[in-house]
Design a protein around this ligand. Structure first.
Ligand code: G6P
Length: 618
């Protein structure tokens, strides 16, 4: 949610900042801007629209200078227009600021500034208020050391802020000096040779350096070309090692694919393999998950599991509920992260909480993690981003190792989450009643999955033909049962996110309790109906739609295709796997269906309207 890049070094800042913004565009693309300092003069370019609009503006009048800040916006306060685009300035016009997060008490701070005679606000943003506050404090401070003065002004201003922020600040009179700070929104420092960077995410700077320092909440950092100094707003700073970024700039290129989403869908044989790599023990017929940081006795004592997350991660949790209950027979609940922290769910002492998040930065999931830890529950993360806040603030966890996911619609991270939840179910199950035979059956099936995913991906052309055939529909319904009910939800979410069509997911059997009123010849029903233990029940529901002339697109397996012949309008057959692993296969054709339909409709697949990949506001 909003991306920040800052640079101080010996190269021209403009191309570096622009390149970084392009890589952060997944965080928001309502408007973009840069402020670059040249001598003691700050050049700003900003406009509503995406990075290419900013690039055009910059090419018409290139800003010059070797340090500066930049921003790509996902609007929270104030409309999407040029005025509200970042950077914002203080009243003197010398201090420029970019911000990711929400200043909750901005009205009160603004009223105070206005009372003090500062009336010159040009935008409706909360960010501009912070810029003015820093400027007003800077004016009141004396001292010859202007760097220390700016740092101090930022620190004092932030102490008055209620809310979240990742910020970068420059002053036109203070050469080669950036100030950054974070609370609740991510900020990483990139350490280069005679140059340093600030960014919301390392992907923005990995082309320039793979040495990174991940800042903690309340950290404030003063950054120069050849040094940086981190302090905290609240006492001691935490540990700040320089760590190596796991991936390279090459890993975040689109390659020959037209969209990141398609690339990431096709990466799933590998990402699924990487999610289980080194984690299966054939000998003991179980999973090995050292990152959980739990002893066998502690694992055996788990009496309840709570899975929490948002969006796609929540749907993975819903599959996880079926998985863990089936494999380990432990009562498992799924909670919307955004609801969990504001409710008071009764939890037993032996509850184990998992926060599931690809980015590891989702504010609602982080809030749930904080609430759970505050209450003293062991809280583990299932994250893809290794250096993310959720990964760092949890008591342990399991990394997805899916590689960078850039497409806004989550795809490969979902199947990785399903593999990990299977491993957790297997591990907890084998501490209890799951037999060695059952354990080894699941391991064997897991190991076969990557090849089976390759098979499913070969259906892409067939699915594209179906997408084209149904491209003029106004909406779609998705149905599934048991393990595949969450897949119906996920299929509908993918469809909504990137085609903007109205789409709903339901348990198949709920059809007759109201939804059936919607069935009509121009509204297709997508059934996820593999040849599993409840196929015949699904078939009944499919017949109910058929009887009311609703078009049916069915995803099945085994003998399903034979039984659906003459009933479903379109039938896609998938390989057979044990019922509990089926969602890892069934979700892939639904990702492809949404993708091909979105392309057929001319949608912006990787940057769908109004969305952002990493939602760091509540
Ligand atoms: C946003 C994205 C979704 C994603 C959700 C959770 O809403 O648009 O695609 O599933 O955040 O993201 P996370 O990074 O926590 O998995």
């Amino acid at each position: 949610m909003c991306g920040i890049v800052g640079y101080v070094g010996r190269s021209e800042a403009a191309p570096i900042l622009l390149d970084g913004l392009r890589r952060l565009e997944y965080r928001g693309y309502d408007s973009a801007g840069v402020a670059i300092v040249d001598g003691n003069h700050v050049e700003t370019r900003k406009c509503a629209g995406r990075i290419p609009a900013l690039a055009k503006l910059m090419s018409e009048k290139p800003p010059s200078g070797s340090f500066g800040i930049s921003h790509t916006r996902w609007a929270t306060h104030g409309k999407v227009n040029d005025e509200n685009a970042h950077p914002h300035f203080d009243a003197s016009g010398k201090i420029a600021l970019v911000h990711n997060g929400v200043i909750e008490n901005y009205q009160a701070l603004k009223e105070q500034l206005v009372r003090d005679g500062d009336n010159d606000f040009r935008s409706q943003t909360d960010t501009e208020v912070l810029a003015h506050l820093i400027g007003s404090i800077y004016q009141q401070l004396d001292g010859k050391d202007s760097k220390a003065r700016l740092l101090n002004a930022v620190r004092r201003a932030l102490k008055q802020v209620i809310g979240t922020y990742g910020i970068a600040v420059v002053h036109s009179d203070i050469p080669n000096f950036l100030v950054g700070a974070r609370r609740g929104s991510p900020l990483v420092l990139g350490v280069g040779k005679d140059e340093n960077f600030l960014a919301s995410d390392v992907s923005a700077i990995v082309a320039y350096t793979r040495d990174a320092v991940y800042l903690n909440d309340f950290d404030v950092v003063a950054v120069e070309r050849d040094k940086f100094e981190i302090s905290s707003l609240v006492g001691e700073t935490g540990d700040h090692q320089v760590s190596k970024v796991e991936f390279t700039a090459e890993d975040i290129k689109k390659g020959d694919y037209p969209h990141y989403m398609l690339k990431e869908i096709f990466e799933q044989p590998n990402s699924v393999r990487d999610a289980m790599r080194g984690r299966l023990s054939l000998e003991e017929c179980t999973a090995k998950l050292g990152g959980l940081n739990m002893t066998p006795a502690q694992l055996r004592d788990v009496g309840r599991v709570v899975l929490t997350g948002c969006g796609t991660a929540l749907h993975a949790g819903m599959v996880g509920e079926y998985l863990i209950e089936q494999l380990a027979n432990i009562p498992t609940e799924v909670e919307h992260a955004s609801e969990f922290r504001h409710r008071n769910p009764p939890m037993t002492r032996d509850t184990l909480v998992f926060a599931i998040s690809q980015s590891g930065e989702t504010a609602d999931t982080l809030g749930a993690l904080h609430e759970s830890r505050r209450k003293g529950y062991r809280t583990l993360g299932i994250c893809n981003n290794v250096a993310s806040t959720i990964a760092r603030e949890s008591d342990g966890g399991v990394y997805m190792h899916a590689g960078p996911e850039i497409g806004v619609a989550a795809t490969k991270s979902f199947t990785s989450q399903l593999v990990i939840l299977t491993l957790i179910g297997l591990l907890l199950g084998r501490m209890r009643n799951l037999s060695t035979a059952e354990g080894s059956r699941i391991i064997a099936a897991l190991e076969t999955l990557p090849e089976q995913i390759e098979e499913v991906l070969k259906l892409s052309d067939q699915i594209q033909a179906i997408a084209k055939k149904y491209a003029d529909v106004n909406g779609m319904l998705f149905f599934g049962r048991q393990f595949n009910f969450p897949i119906a939800l996920e299929g509908a979410l993918k469809m909504k996110e990137i085609t903007y069509l109205f789409a709903e997911g339901h348990p198949s059997a709920e059809l007759k309790h109201g939804i059936i009123a919607l069935i009509r010849p121009d509204l297709p029903s997508i059934f996820v109906a593999p040849d599993d233990a409840i196929f015949s029940k699904n078939l009944n529901n499919i017949e109910q739609v058929k009887a009311r002339k609703g078009p049916i697109i069915a995803f099945t397996s085994g003998t399903g295709a034979k039984q659906l012949k003459g009933i479903a309008n379109e039938i896609i057959s998938l390989p057979d796997v044990p019922d509990c692993l089926m969602p890892i296969l069934t979700v892939i054709p639904l990702q492809l269906l949404a993708y091909h339909l979105a392309v057929a409709l001319g949608r912006d697949v990787d940057k769908p309207r109004n969305l952002a990949k990493s939602v760091t506001v509540e």
